[in-house]
Design a protein around this ligand. Structure first.
Ligand code: NAP
Length: 262
């Protein structure tokens, strides 16, 4: 039935945080599997560079995912240009490697704005855009820190747990509206992106050691399979976005190489 076709052939996708790391890989793989992809990022140049590398199936838009009006503009443009939105991958996010005492209220709110409010705004805007066709797939990138607590990432852990539970509630809401709009979260472990690199540098600095090699080696052993690649997560986005996961909603897909709980 699927022979000779890409996994998301003909679908229209929106990927946030697409200028870097996991978002970039997800956008690239969705396009490779036949989707037309709108790439957004707060860093317009990075989104543009990724779109250029992907080719004609990609379009770049600057978007700050915290901005409510911005979501209406982006989804409105997609609907006017394509007539439909099938896939939203919420990949934009930030990490704050800071313990409890070191986290200010401002820090905490900032992490929640970028990681949680954006997912709420994006999911709501996408569901509104998907409702006329009663189908679509929304993929929220949480973290295995939604499941595993880490004292050095207090606000970040809380934000990712919020994303996971919000995802379940949104999935139920969509199912109870008698739609096939599916909402799922992916929970990556250590993935080789600029975000992980910043964490390694931060932790080394906190230990008073400017040489990052010890922390890097330690992070490499957190999971039996070591550190993952952005494509390891990008392929999961493609699967959840495709018609090969029709019964999957409200679920969390942990992809962390078997991360060992410390
Ligand atoms: P990344 O390489 O830093 O990419 C994140 C992208 O999001 C960056 O281009 C960033 O732009 C952008 N962004 C930040 N704030 C934004 C905003 N307000 N509006 C729009 N875009 C914004 O990080 P990544 O590792 O790919 O992370 C992607 C997602 O996976 C995040 O939600 C992260 O929490 C999650 N995750 C990552 C890992 C990991 O090990 N890498 C593990 C678990 C979960 P700037 O660079 O300009 O800030």
């Amino acid at each position: 039935m699927y022979a000779g076709r890409g996994w998301v052939e003909g679908k229209i996708a929106l990927v946030t945080g697409a200028g870097s790391g996991i978002g970039r890989a997800a956008a690239r793989l969705l396009a490779a599997e036949g989707a037309t992809v709108y790439l957004t990022d707060i860093d317009a140049d990075a989104a543009e560079a990724t779109a250029d590398a992907i080719g004609p199936a990609a379009r770049a838009i600057r978007q700050d995912v915290r901005d409510e009006a911005g979501w209406e503009i982006v989804t409105g443009r997609i609907l006017s240009e394509q007539g439909q939105l099938d896939i939203l991958a919420n990949c934009a996010g930030i990490q704050l490697t800071r313990g409890l005492i070191e986290t200010s209220l401002e820090d905490f709110r900032h992490v929640f704005q970028v990681n949680v409010e954006s997912v709420f705004l994006g999911t709501r805007a996408a569901v509104k855009a998907m409702l006329p066709r009663k189908s679509g797939s929304i993929i929220n990138i949480a973290s295995n820190f939604a499941n595993i607590a880490d004292g050095l990432n207090t606000a970040y852990c809380a934000s990712k747990a919020a994303v996971a539970h919000f995802t379940r509630a949104a999935a139920l809401d969509c199912a109870q509206r008698n739609t096939r709009i599916r909402v799922n979260s992916i929970h990556p472990g250590c993935i080789n992106t600029p975000m992980l690199e910043r964490e390694i540098v931060d932790v080394a600095a906190k230990r008073g050691d400017p040489d990052t090699s010890a922390v890097r080696a330690e992070w490499q052993t957190l999971a039996p399979l070591g550190i993952g690649s952005p494509e390891d997560i990008g392929w999961a986005v493609v699967y959840l976005a495709s018609d090969r996961s029709p019964y999957t909603t409200g679920s969390e897909l942990v992809i962390d190489g078997g991360h060992i709980i410390r």
